[in-house]
Design a protein around this ligand. Structure first.
Ligand SMILES: *Cc1c(COP(=O)(O)O)cnc(C)c1O
Length: 345
């Protein structure tokens, strides 16, 4: 077995969802887009459904189809991209709930699938998805008569608690939706942590469930172990890898490890990230290549068969910082080549 191993702790995943749920007095959904933030949407959704989650969100209808296949009928699966051209059969047959983003989508949905559930997405300043003031003013009365499941918006700066955009978007959301009887949702992970005025009727956490910031007290969900293919000894002055970017300044043992940028370990980690053998740090040296990493293991007292990139000594966010990115990008870039093992007690 030479692919990397991901060990996904489903108990930690569920504990994180429960902890986020305890922050609020409202219902808590789970966002499982991008293949469950890279960890496997089917398995993740199933574990969460068994723990009591009744509402799931995905980015696109195709992801909703995969989650429906895993969950069977019952749980509500909502689609952020709404009702796109060509999605009608999937939305109907798999009973997905599109979060409609424009008058055009509302028209398409009501014409193609009258009586089929839908939600409405409003833009409160992020300028990404959803209807703005003028569109909403034009359609709100008609759309609300069709009994949407949810009216939602999304915060642009919720990971920065002091950012003035949070209060601004909250105010806009109130102005756009106060007085309606439809359930409302504004908060993802960051919004949950901002406090109860952001919670409304439903929250939509993603990253916090998977153990990432801004949910600082999250339990670690994923461990990544990478097999060592071979170890070689270098004399002082020898070079390692593409471009010869790293040269050793002492006699050095280099472990060649099976994973690379094709596995989401992006080239920006080159010469920056650290792998671990138990509690000993081993620096990644030279460039990350497509399928391989080269790691300085000179200081280890035993020969490692595998090195750990995510685990007790290094979180997804630690690794992200080394690579100049965010935990979300590390997780969702992992790709299909790992063996994923799911653990629960
Ligand atoms: C991705 C996403 C979420 C989940 O966000 P996290 O920061 O991962 O909790 C919630 N709502 C919308 C609209 C999203 O796009």
């Amino acid at each position: 077995m030479s692919t990397g191993h991901l060990t996904i702790d489903l108990d930690a995943l569920i504990a994180n969802w429960r902890a986020l749920d305890h922050y609020t007095n409202c219902e808590t959904a789970a966002v499982v887009k991008a293949d469950g933030y890279g960890l496997g949407a089917g398995r993740v959704a199933k574990a969460l459904a068994q723990a009591g989650v009744r509402k799931f969100f995905v980015a696109v209808a195709e992801e909703g189809a995969a989650v429906r296949q895993a969950l069977g009928p019952g749980p509500e699966i909502s689609v952020f991209s709404g009702h796109m051209r060509g999605d009608t059969d999937m939305i109907h047959d798999l009973h997905l709930t599109p979060m409609l983003n424009s008058i055009q989508q509302i028209t398409r949905h009501l014409e193609a699938l009258p009586g089929h559930p839908f939600g409405l997405q409003l833009d409160t300043g992020m300028n990404r998805l959803g209807m703005e003031w003028d569109e909403w003013a034009a359609i709100a009365e008609t759309a609300l008569k069709q009994r949407p499941t949810l009216v939602m918006s999304h915060l642009a700066c919720a990971d920065e608690a002091d950012h003035p955009m949070n209060a601004y978007q909250l105010d806009v959301f109130h102005q756009m939706t106060d007085g309606i009887s439809t359930p409302r949702s504004l908060a993802a992970t960051g919004g949950i942590l901002l406090g109860k005025e952001y919670h409304f009727d439903l929250t939509r956490p993603g990253i916090g469930i998977y153990g990432g910031e801004p949910f600082g007290t999250a339990q670690k969900v994923v461990r990544m172990d990478l097999p060592v293919i071979q170890i070689r000894h270098l004399d002082e002055g020898e070079v390692v890898g593409y471009g010869n970017t790293w040269q050793c300044t002492r006699p050095t043992d280099i472990a060649t490890v099976s994973a690379g940028y094709a596995d989401g370990l992006i080239r920006a980690m080159s010469d920056k990230a650290t792998l671990w053998f138990e509690d000993s740090p081993c620096p990644l040296v030279g460039r990350v290549s497509m399928d391989l990493l080269t790691v300085d293991v000179t200081d280890l007292t035993e020969t490692p068969h595998a090195l750990t990139l995510l685990g007790p000594n290094q979180t997804v966010d630690d690794l992200a910082r080394d690579a100049g990115t965010i935990g979300y990008e590390i997780l969702t870039s992992l790709g299909p080549r790992y063996t994923r093992r799911y653990q629960s007690r």
